[in-house]
Design a protein around this ligand. Structure first.
Ligand SMILES: C[S@@+](CC[C@H](N)C(=O)[O-])C[C@H]1O[C@@H](n2cnc3c(N)ncnc32)[C@H](O)[C@@H]1O
Length: 253
């Protein structure tokens, strides 16, 4: 009797059942039962060594000008780390790739003080279709926005901030060569862009400069690119991840 019911159920499943999502899911499971389940995608295990956060923030008093974060920003803990790093290293020239709403730019300017100069580069939305490399599909929502740098507009820090426009793969960074004390890479999250921007950052910085990357372990491409750099490129062999954050971090030797 069981076989007859099974046969009738199969006849139903592979005819009328095909139209019902619940039954289609069951057909899928039968396929896996007979032919085996597909291999799960390989888990990406972030490989950067961890830099203890207390080594960076302990004993440092900081101010965070604009603590509220929205999707696309760094976290408030990351802002705290930025402020502590600025307090420790006292950069006077700072460069950010990826302005977005300008929250990190503003907080960096507040921490670095009125003598510091900041430059922040953003891709104009109209150039989205013309980038030299392919941006990550998930980058689009951060590129396609009404205004870049809205958070520092009208603040006392605005006059310290130079707003730059262009694609980081083609932008002419030569005027900044070797002059930047603190570099923050947070533009496109596509693998090739992270490598491109890291190379550009190297060209703009000097021994003693701090280089920071955002979204390590948040975005697979960023994770793979930074792991690759640390593993294969001696210039980036001191790259670490700051504990409790998605910040890649190194101080150039
Ligand atoms: C996640 S948001 C940056 C967030 C910002 N740094 C913060 O801390 O709030 C990424 C930014 O990178 C910019 N961007 C993406 N691709 C770029 C490219 N090829 N060149 C320059 N900027 C790019 C986007 O327009 C966007 O503003």
């Amino acid at each position: 009797m069981g076989y007859v019911k099974g046969w009738a159920a199969s006849a139903y499943l592979f005819t009328a059942g095909v139209a019902r999502p619940k039954d289609r899911a069951f057909i899928h499971r039968i396929g896996e039962h007979v032919f085996g389940a597909p291999e799960p995608p390989e888990l990406l295990v972030p490989a950067l060594p961890i830099a203890p956060i207390k080594d960076i923030v302990q004993g440092v008093r900081v101010e965070i000008a604009d603590p509220i974060s929205v999707d696309g920003n760094t976290t408030t803990l990351e802002q705290y780390v930025f402020a502590a790093l600025v307090e420790r290293h006292r950069p006077k020239t700072l460069f950010e790739i990826g302005t977005f709403d300008g929250r990190t730019t503003l907080n960096l300017a507040v921490s670095a003080g009125p003598e510091a100069r900041l430059s922040t580069l953003d891709l104009p939305p109209q150039q989205l279709a013309e980038t030299k490399l392919d941006v990550h599909p998930e980058d689009v929502k951060y590129i396609d926005k009404k205004e870049s740098g809205a958070r520092f507009k009208g603040t006392p820090q605005e006059k310290q901030i130079e707003q730059l426009w262009g694609d980081s793969a083609t932008f002419d960074f030569t005027p900044y060569a070797g002059t930047i004390d603190l570099m923050f890479i947070d533009g496109s999250h596509a693998y090739d862009y992270v490598l491109n921007d890291s190379e550009r950052a190297w060209g703009m910085t000097h021994p003693g400069s701090v280089i920071l990357w955002h979204d390590y372990a948040n975005w697979d491409d960023v994770t793979r690119a930074l792991d690759h750099l640390r593993r294969t490129d001696a210039r980036f062999s001191s790259l670490r991840r700051i504990e409790g954050t998605s910040l890649g971090y190194m101080v150039r030797q």
